[in-house]
Design a protein. Structure first.
Length: 256
């Protein structure tokens, strides 16, 4: 467990394991590094792994600005530089998938592979204006936040661990609207049209936020990307199907 001053913000991160490659695990909106807990011990037994609380999330500092995908990407790059890592595989969940794509665009020499879990689509995702008042209410009301998180992990929305994720979501609440705005402005199709970064996309079909069509468009926009579908889980494979996720990660990493 450690903090490092990165781009003027104290970022909380954890690093464990000694194997190759180096995996960087990037969480999504209203989340934290804790979302990787179900896969952490299995992955660190085989690989060097880093998980980070993005600015304004989890235990990292909340600077009041910089809550957007390009800034999160810059923060992750600076953190990796501070830790001495020059080549990594980025595993991004939800908004973290957009951070992974931004890293592949801005620092192609750094990213040797991408794994996108129910990711924000490559061409962005617009949140309807009529939903924003509910979102603003949700970040102040733990019960509403709990209902929202239950919807994005429909097969794992009980127990003490789930309650911890709800607590973390309340901490990250002030970043939500800015994050949604940032995701709506993204479009990496042209920038990734000629990428050589091996890419695996994993998608839980019960997702009510990200559609299969969005993931198919993302796959079709990244050369040689592979899409695997989990028919019986929702938006969060890292929480809902950790053993399956680890197995698919190992298969992907061993054939690079």
């Amino acid at each position: 467990m450690a903090f490092l001053p990165i781009n003027g913000v104290d970022l909380y991160h954890e690093q464990a394991g000694t194997g190759d490659p180096v995996l960087v695990l990037v969480h999504g909106n209203v989340a934290s590094a804790r979302w990787w807990e179900p896969v952490w011990s299995s992955l660190t037994a085989r690989y060097t792994c880093i998980r980070v609380d993005l600015r304004g999330n989890g235990r990292s500092a909340c600077p009041g600005e910089g809550y957007n995908v390009p800034q999160y990407s810059r923060d992750v790059r600076a953190l990796l530089q501070a830790l001495g890592h020059e080549r990594v595989v980025v595993v991004g969940h939800s908004m973290g998938g957009a951070v992974a794509m931004d890293l592949a665009v801005q620092a192609p020499e750094l990213v040797q592979g991408m794994v996108l879990l129910n990711s924000a689509p490559i061409d962005g995702l617009v949140t309807p204006e009529e939903r924003k008042p509910l979102i603003e209410q949700m970040i102040r009301d733990r019960n509403l936040m709990k209902m929202a998180l239950a919807a994005v992990m429909p097969t794992a929305a009980t127990g003490a661990f789930f309650e911890q994720l709800v607590d973390d979501a309340m901490v990250a609440g002030p970043t939500v609207i800015s994050n949604y705005t940032s995701i709506s402005e993204l479009d990496y199709r042209a920038a990734l049209a000629d990428t050589q970064v091996p890419t695996l996309i994993l998608y839980g079909l019960l997702d009510g936020l990200i559609s299969l069509d969005m993931m198919e468009r993302t796959r079709d926009s990244i050369p040689n990307a592979e899409l695997r579908i989990y028919e019986d889980i929702g938006h969060s494979p890292n929480v809902e199907a950790p053993d399956r996720l680890v197995a698919d990660l190992i298969t992907f990493l061993e054939r690079r």
